[in-house]
Design a protein around this ligand. Structure first.
Ligand SMILES: C[S@@+](CC[C@H](N)C(=O)[O-])C[C@H]1O[C@@H](n2cnc3c(N)ncnc32)[C@H](O)[C@@H]1O
Length: 404
């Protein structure tokens, strides 16, 4: 799709969104100027998503769910949270301890997991949430406040990871929201993609089609980035073509290392759209995996709609496994979302329903979670465990670890 065709198919920004996007654009242009006229894509993404009070995740608009920009598995169906609860129940039954959720979005999964565990008679003492977005944390508190006291009193929000945590750590669609670097291989040399300001852009504000005066520019990669890219190239079974563009997410390694460092005993479940490295960096994937979500549309221009659209890249699950392994964890499973949900018992949850109308409705939701053309295959679940050797229910149907 060309840039103009792309912009013309997106809904135009409303007045308030335009005002907000103009503030975010002004911040980004100022940062570009402060950095001598060029900002790495990673820094651009960080500010566009997380600049305090301004970034997409930090500011006040509805983001997640049918009324927002994109829908995640817990928002598609409570079946997802109930299945997560069954997986948590298995681990907690053996290890004891609590649940820790990273990036809890609207709080819907937390509420669903607690309700299911209550039904199973396996409520943990605590359900902890670490959330970087003040706006989403407020939405989570609102939702949790409506739960019965026996559930809501277990939930608390932490500003940093706990120490020597025992239990289950959950991160659904968080890794894909970590700012990544973008690179291009041109004439045998690795370049880093970044952004500059079009002359006079700061004063021009944001156009109704979301254009905000940013232009993509490449620079020679610094020594560290070049080394990472070359190491990656050497690992791949096929050479990459000229002009190949992709992303690297160096922040993923320390993030996983920190989660592993916090876990004394139990399991970490990283759920996200992603691939093993050799599939992620396939020669045919010449423009990488980066996409933007705006009002339920997916497109590939991160330089429009600053602060009012999501920017996300797929997860290199080999990197997750390497970080877990380096932290002394067992890579206990790597499966598609469909295999995970079937393994923990989604069909049994469906069978328990006696109301035909409800069953038909849930069958539609289950299809969205399970079908290969929907969320079933692109989304994966990786399990990292420490001091827990029993095969996880969610990993009994499939084993994709040989692809890592
Ligand atoms: C795409 S949303 C997914 C929300 C939710 N897990 C769901 O599935 O609906 C990404 C979430 O991760 C949060 N987030 C991003 N980086 C984070 C980090 N380093 N630690 C904790 N949360 C983070 C965002 O604020 C947001 O809540």
């Amino acid at each position: 799709m060309t840039a103009s065709a792309l912009h013309s198919t997106l809904p135009p920004l409303g007045e308030e969104q335009r005002r907000h996007a103009a503030k975010v654009a002004a911040l980004l242009h100022a940062e570009i100027a402060r950095h001598g006229g060029w900002l790495s894509f990673e820094k651009f993404m960080e500010l566009a998503l997380y600049a305090p009070g301004l970034g997409y995740y930090s500011a006040g608009a509805v983001k997640i769910g049918a009324a927002g920009d994109f829908v995640t598995a817990p928002e598609v169906s409570d079946l997802f949270s109930r299945c997560m609860a069954l997986q948590c129940a298995q681990v907690l039954g053996e290890t004891g301890g609590d649940i820790l959720e990273l990036g809890a979005g609207t709080g819907r999964m937390a509420a669903g997991i607690l309700a299911e565990l209550h039904q199973q008679g396996q409520l943990p003492q605590r359900y902890l949430i670490v959330e970087v977005s003040a706006d989403l944390a407020a939405r989570q508190r609102q939702r949790i406040a409506h739960l019965p006291a026996i559930l809501r009193e277990r939930v608390s929000w932490l500003t940093q990871l706990p120490v020597a945590f025992t239990g289950v750590v959950l991160a659904n669609e968080v890794a894909d929201a970590l700012p990544c670097r973008r690179v291009r291989l041109r004439a045998g040399q690795w370049q880093e993609l970044g952004v500059s300001s079009v002359a006079a852009a700061t004063a021009a504000g944001v156009a109704p089609d979301g254009s905000a005066g940013f232009i993509e520019c490449a620079r020679a990669a610094d020594a560290q980035l070049r080394e990472s890219c070359e190491a990656l190239e050497h690992e791949l079974p096929q050479p990459l073509p000229d002009d190949y563009e992709t992303e690297l997410c160096p922040r993923l390694t320390p993030w996983i290392a920190a989660l592993c460092g916090a876990l004394a005993r139990g399991a970490i479940l990283v759920c996200d759209y992603g691939l093993p490295r050799r599939h992620y960096y396939h020669p045919q994937r010449v423009r990488g995996t980066l996409v933007c979500h705006y009002r339920q549309r997916v497109h590939t221009d991160p330089y429009i709609n600053p602060g009012v659209q999501d920017i996300t890249a797929w997860v290199d699950f080999t990197r997750v496994a390497e970080a877990g392994d380096a932290a002394g964890m067992a890579v206990a499973g790597f499966v598609t979302q469909a295999a995970f949900l079937l393994g923990v018992g989604l069909p049994r949850l469906m069978e328990q329903l006696t109301d035909t109308v409800r069953r038909l409705q849930l069958a539609g939701e289950a299809r969205r979670l399970l079908m290969p053309g929907e969320m079933g295959e692109a989304f994966k679940v990786m399990a990292l465990t420490r001091g827990f050797d029993t095969p996880l229910l969610g990993t009994t149907q499939q084993d994709l670890r040989h692809l890592l």
